[in-house]
Unconditional design. Structure first.
Length: 193
């Protein structure tokens, strides 16, 4: 990357790359997406891409981290003076986070998930410890949860939604989102104090 890029230019290029990544995953899938394709679409040299991200894997991690950051900003904007939100608000927030337009993971095919699983570290997306830590962190902001809640049940509900999305083409599309709504209704009924 030329040394004469300002911080503002670097941030603009990074944001452009992330936007292109989301678009390309939707268009051709994660597995088929190549660094050279991303760079070409961003109108930068492939080598310049590597000044922003070490690899395709680190790029994909940045895509999911950006979504997580946006989710945390939404949560922060909803917090009451007590630093909490109601279970009902949390359910709506998480339901929105499982919409295709808000969650690139909902766009992935089964082939994409296989690629992701084989190219990510065990301490990330596919780690039970990571999943439980993330879930507990978010639940710490939620009022009205039953005291004996087993977070692993909620995590498995979320994983069920991702499994459905991987096989979306085998479902009846007209009611797919309704099925996800029903899963969140089950989560609410289970989690409520």
């Amino acid at each position: 990357m030329p040394a004469n890029f300002t911080e503002e230019q670097r941030e603009q290029i990074r944001e452009k790359l992330l936007g292109i990544g989301y678009d390309m995953i939707r268009e051709i899938g994660l597995k088929r997406m190549k660094v050279s394709m991303i760079a070409e679409r961003a109108d930068i040299a492939t080598g310049t891409f590597y000044h922003f991200f070490d690899s395709k894997e680190s790029f994909v991690k940045a895509l999911t981290q950006e979504q997580d950051r946006e989710m945390e900003q939404k949560l922060a904007g909803m917090l009451l003076p007590s630093g909490k939100i109601s279970l009902d608000q949390a359910i709506h927030l998480f339901r929105d986070s499982f919409r295709k337009e808000n969650n690139i993971l909902m766009e992935l095919t089964l082939d994409d998930w296989v690629w992701l699983k084989t190219h990510t570290t065990k301490d990330g997306l596919f780690s039970a410890v990571h999943d439980e830590q993330e879930a507990m962190r978010y639940l710490s902001y939620v009022d009205g949860i039953r005291p004996d809640l087993d977070i692993r049940i909620i995590i498995n509900f979320f994983k069920t939604i991702y499994s459905m999305a991987q096989n979306r083409d085998t479902f009846i599309e007209d009611v797919f989102e309704t099925n996800i709504d029903m899963i969140f209704d089950c989560i609410y009924r289970y989690a409520a104090a």
